[in-house]
Design a protein around this ligand. Sequence first.
Ligand SMILES: *[C@@H]1O[C@H](CO)[C@@H](O)[C@H](O)[C@H]1NC(C)=O
Ligand SMILES: *[C@@H]1O[C@H](CO)[C@@H](O)[C@H](O)[C@H]1NC(C)=O
Ligand SMILES: *[C@@H]1O[C@H](CO)[C@@H](O)[C@H](O)[C@H]1NC(C)=O
Ligand SMILES: *[C@@H]1O[C@H](CO)[C@@H](O)[C@H](O)[C@H]1NC(C)=O
Ligand SMILES: *[C@@H]1O[C@H](CO)[C@@H](O)[C@H](O)[C@H]1NC(C)=O
Ligand SMILES: *[C@@H]1O[C@H](CO)[C@@H](O)[C@H](O)[C@H]1NC(C)=O
Ligand SMILES: *[C@@H]1O[C@H](CO)[C@@H](O)[C@H](O)[C@H]1NC(C)=O
Length: 479
Amino acid sequence: MYFLRDISEVLVIFSVLVYASQAQGVNDKRSPCDIFVQDGNNLTLNCSRRNIDRIPTWPDKINSLGNKESHVLITFFNNSITNVTQLEAVPGNRIAISFKGNKIVEIEDDAFRHIDRMVYLDLSNNYISGEVLRSEIFQGPYNDGIYSDIGLETLNLGFNEIHSLDKYLFQHTPNLTRLYLNNNPIEILDHVTVLALSSATNLEVLDLSKTDIDSIPLDAFRGLINLRQIDLSGNFFLNVPESLSLVGSSLQYLTFNNNPVIELNDDSFVGLSNLVELEIGENKYLEEVKRSTFTPLKTLRVLHLCHNKNLRYISHNAFRGLKDRWTLKEVYLDDNNLSELSTDLMPWSKLEVLGMTGNSWLCNCDLANIVTKQEAGSKFRTGEIPFCAAPMRLNGAYITNITVSFCPTFDTTFTPKRGFSLSDLRPKHVLWSILGVAAVVGIGMICGIIVNAAKAFYKKKLSQPIRYININNSEASFA
Ligand SMILES: *[C@@H]1O[C@H](CO)[C@@H](O)[C@H](O)[C@H]1NC(C)=O
Ligand SMILES: *[C@@H]1O[C@H](CO)[C@@H](O)[C@H](O)[C@H]1NC(C)=O
Ligand SMILES: *[C@@H]1O[C@H](CO)[C@@H](O)[C@H](O)[C@H]1NC(C)=O
Ligand SMILES: *[C@@H]1O[C@H](CO)[C@@H](O)[C@H](O)[C@H]1NC(C)=O
Ligand SMILES: *[C@@H]1O[C@H](CO)[C@@H](O)[C@H](O)[C@H]1NC(C)=O
Ligand SMILES: *[C@@H]1O[C@H](CO)[C@@H](O)[C@H](O)[C@H]1NC(C)=O
Ligand SMILES: *[C@@H]1O[C@H](CO)[C@@H](O)[C@H](O)[C@H]1NC(C)=O
């Protein structure tokens, strides 16, 4: 009991001291930031748009408002901070800090040493170069001669001036799961950058969009066994990079917009057997989706294939091998340059949502079959019914308006015809085909021999008269 009382006395004295020191602080340094409490003891520290060029001290209230369990958001959005100097401690369990939209060119060693509970850091829209991003900037508290790690989970480095990453950059951030490198002039994922990336073994989300890259080294993603989502949009890829297959067992979301691919084919998505959502849009050179393109995607649920202005052709075998175990629920084919689709492209009735607007549809009987008989017409979202562009008399009509009367022989002609594919061939079929061909060739040869023999025989016996008769005959037939 005495012990407990002593403790509480010590605590009282301690808090008085702390309070006194804080009270003194108020006069010395006024923080430009506003602080407010949200749901219980979550804090927001608003230092946005203050015209500050250095990191200020926190308002004194911060220690009385927050506690160990608080979630804290500190935002410095849109100021002119150039140097991220060491930040003061902040109470709280999960701390998010945004420096978005400043003029940062430098980050001090140990900048976040007192904020090892920082889980989110946004450094986007600054002037940070690769040289500034050293492993020392993420060092945690220094204990027993070593720097401990920090709990950083999300790091946004988008819109900076990064060419390359230090190979040890993620040494002190073992929990890093989301990394945004978009809109940096990376151009080439060099050896050290690859080492840096592959050291972030807990990475789940990686944004490499608009980084001017045209390839990804084969070993770049080695070890990233948790990578779920990747964005490669706005780069110079001529093909979907093969190196993705290294993370094929974990990758679920691939965004591949705005790259100079010309065609997609059976090599494009090799090994991506766990992909759930695929987005391929705004690829202005994309002309064709060839046979078996989507065959490796055995668990795909959502396909966005939109805004590819030159996409004219999708092979009727694009989904070859998937039709029996169909997983796709949503298919968006809006705003391409398509005019026809094959009735057996996919099992249309198994879709939940279908998008087809913004193409130049030729409203023929195949399309009528897809829309009416195979019920694709009931999958369009409200207000998103595609129009016919041709033939002339149907121009501007909803494709859901073309009816059976337009195709009189609709029911008989368009019973699902199975597309022929090599996989349908059984060894027996192949054998029969070969025998059939052999038989035809054999009979042909025998006939040839007989005819020749007969010719030779008649030539010998009756050459003169026959030639004479022949000439007469042919003259007669010309007359
Ligand atoms: C703080 O915010 C987080 C998410 O923003 C929420 O899950 C949590 O319940 C909040 N804490 C309190 C005490 O309301
Ligand atoms: C933060 O403060 C700025 C400047 O006063 C204001 O424009 C902004 O809306 C505030 N943000 C929040 C989240 O309160
Ligand atoms: C940031 O503030 C400047 C003025 O200081 C303004 O011109 C600019 O548009 C702001 N940027 C954003 C993204 O709000
Ligand atoms: C950033 O701030 C630190 C600490 O005040 C200082 O040592 C360093 O020189 C500064 N760097 C730049 C580029 O201003
Ligand atoms: C990383 O996350 C785990 C699980 O949430 C946590 O126990 C650990 O403390 C975190 N690491 C750091 C350095 O914060
Ligand atoms: C669509 O394809 C046609 C040829 O089939 C071509 O004439 C037209 O320019 C293409 N449209 C666009 C927007 O590229
Ligand atoms: C669709 O058909 C209905 C009646 O059959 C007609 O009133 C309507 O104008 C048609 N709409 C279009 C866009 O074709």
